[in-house]
Unconditional design. Structure first.
Ligand SMILES: Nc1nc2c(ncn2[C@@H]2O[C@H](COP(=O)(O)OP(=O)(O)O)[C@@H](O)[C@H]2O)c(=O)[nH]1
Ligand SMILES: [Mg+2]
Length: 506
């Protein structure tokens, strides 16, 4: 075995399975972008409050530096910046007035545009769309909009132009129109600590809460308050003060205080240690995604991100659907081989004596007819079809490598000798001549060894695996079936390698 594993030309079964499992893991870790959902989380606040900075701090590692949204004291953000899941990361100018409109790509951008580069694109019609590979923007069980729709969707995180920038229609338009989305996960209100008491911010907060009360949410209306530029010493106090103010405004709107999920986070991004930033991120994402966790105990979002993907396999893409066919092929091959040689004889009851008087062609005809009747198979094509390796999984299936390199390769190894045996048997039967003296001995001499090899190929540890795997067909959930199948394949490969090693050492 040692030698085999050092020789790249001759990799062991275990190495093959490991490689296939790595390919599987890689594919699952990079889900292809699902369609846009209707679900959004909007980040709003005054110009320069720290909205863009917040998003950068949350997503930093996932954003390619060139596409980094500009966060500065200049009035940069004029168009809404929509951030969502996509591979590879890209920045695109899109036309999309409402979250429920399809995004029409206008231009691919290779760097975050300066304000003047965007010309006079109407912020009520155009957005910048930044797609990044942040798994939290990938909603494996959908956007919770339709009752039954559990198809994966992507979440839109939207950085809106701030108010107080003086001239923008968007920033200054009515709260209801821009501050809330069509279907909201949560709203994020960002305010700088030293602007907490600003008259305009309080006014905006009131308008904004009124809009929030009317908006559609996944669960309860959820508001996350983020106070930026906030020195640690003031964080608890200012956080509490803003909360109280929101609660008061909420009551003044005659809204039920218990119906608002309110979170407040006070932070100074410039002062965060890496650990503090990590913990800020966790807290923020926890608050933001909390509404998606509710009422979904059966399929927790916190579960392994692959699970939702695996649960999505259906029909032909569900590997379980292919297990019975593999077992059927193996059984069919065994049955055909048994019929080929009942009681250790290839054509029992047939001998040259019974073929007396036939010329070579008639003799051949007769033997093939008897042979096929014995096999219960009318012709060679059908025989080959019954022993064919089933079709592969589509190339884009995450299990395609494992399926092709392990499952199908082993199934082929199990079935090919049977196919070869039957092809050979046909050829051997066609060569029987009127002068052949002992049919039984002739057939045994030409076929016994191949028959034995074909039977043996079906008596493998892989064939055992296929048989036990049938128990997985009815097993739910599918991810468990897949996990079991993969573990079994690794065990089987190790066993096969050990066997080969033991044989070599005998
Ligand atoms: N020191 C410090 N600077 C911040 C903080 N939050 C934002 N900034 C800076 O304030 C400026 C305006 O922030 P930006 O995110 O562009 O504000 P926006 O207009 O709301 O998007 C930028 O230079 C940010 O880096 C913070 O918590 N502490
Ligand atoms: Mg900004």
């Amino acid at each position: 075995m040692k030698q085999a594993s050092q020789d790249p030309q001759h990799s062991t079964a275990t190495e093959t399975v490991y490689r296939a499992l790595r390919a599987f893991a890689e594919r699952l870790s990079r889900p292809t972008a699902p369609p846009d959902g209707l679900l959004s989380a909007r980040v709003i606040g005054e110009f320069s409050a720290g909205k863009t900075r917040l998003l950068r701090e949350l997503l930093g590692a996932a954003i390619p530096p060139a596409l980094f949204p500009v966060s500065s004291l200049e009035r940069q953000t004029r168009l809404p910046l929509e951030i969502t899941y996509g591979e590879p990361p890209a920045l695109t100018l899109i036309e999309r007035a409402n979250d429920y409109d399809a995004a029409i790509p206008v231009e691919t951008l290779h760097a975050f545009p300066r304000r003047e580069e965007l010309g006079d694109s109407d912020p009520l019609r155009y957005r910048l769309q930044l797609t990044i590979t942040e798994p939290r923007l990938f909603l494996p069980t959908g956007d919770r909009y339709g009752e039954d729709d559990r198809e994966p969707k992507r979440l839109l995180l939207i950085d809106l132009p701030g108010w107080n920038s003086g001239e923008d229609a968007l920033a200054e338009s009515a709260a209801a129109e821009i501050m809330t989305g069509y279907h909201n996960l949560a709203l994020v209100f960002v305010v700088a600590a030293n602007r907490l008491d600003g008259q305009q911010n309080t006014e905006r907060l009131r308008e904004f809460l009124a809009a929030l009360a009317d908006a559609d949410f996944v669960g309860e209306p959820t508001l996350i308050l983020v106070i930026t530029h906030c020195p640690p010493a003031d964080q608890a106090r200012l956080g509490a003060r803003l909360r109280e103010r929101v609660e008061t405004l909420w009551r003044e709107l005659d809204e039920d205080p218990d119906a608002l999920r309110l979170h407040s986070l006070a932070v100074d991004f410039a002062e965060l240690t890496p650990d503090e930033l990590a913990s800020f991120r966790e807290t923020f994402w926890g608050h933001l995604l909390a509404p998606l966790q509710d009422g979904s105990q059966a399929e927790p979002q916190a579960a392994h991100p692959w699970i939702a993907g695996l649960r999505h396999w259906s029909g032909e893409s569900d590997p379980r659907a292919h297990l019975p066919l593999a077992q059927a092929r193996i059984e069919e091959a065994r049955a055909l081989l048994a019929r080929a040689c009942p009681g250790g004889e290839f054509l029992p009851g047939m001998n040259m004596h019974r073929l007396l008087g036939l010329d070579a062609a008639a003799l051949r005809e007769r033997l093939l007819t008897v042979w096929r009747r014995q096999l219960e198979c009318p012709d060679a094509e059908q025989l080959a079809a019954r022993l064919a390796t089933p079709v592969p999984l589509p190339d884009d299936h995450p299990l395609a490598a494992w399926w092709g390199q392990y499952w199908q390769a082993n199934l082929e190894r199990a079935l090919a000798p049977a196919r070869q045996f039957f092809a050979r048997a046909e050829a051997v039967l066609r060569q029987v001549q009127p002068t052949t003296s002992d049919l039984r001995a002739y057939l045994a001499g030409h076929l016994s060894e191949h028959h034995r090899a074909a039977v043996q190929a079906l008596d493998s540890s892989f064939a055992c695996l296929v048989e036990s795997a049938q128990a997985l067909v009815a097993e739910t959930p599918p991810e468990r079936a897949t996990a079991t199948l993969l573990s079994l394949s690794l065990l089987e490969a190790r066993y096969t390698d050990h066997e080969a090693w033991a044989r070599g050492n005998r």
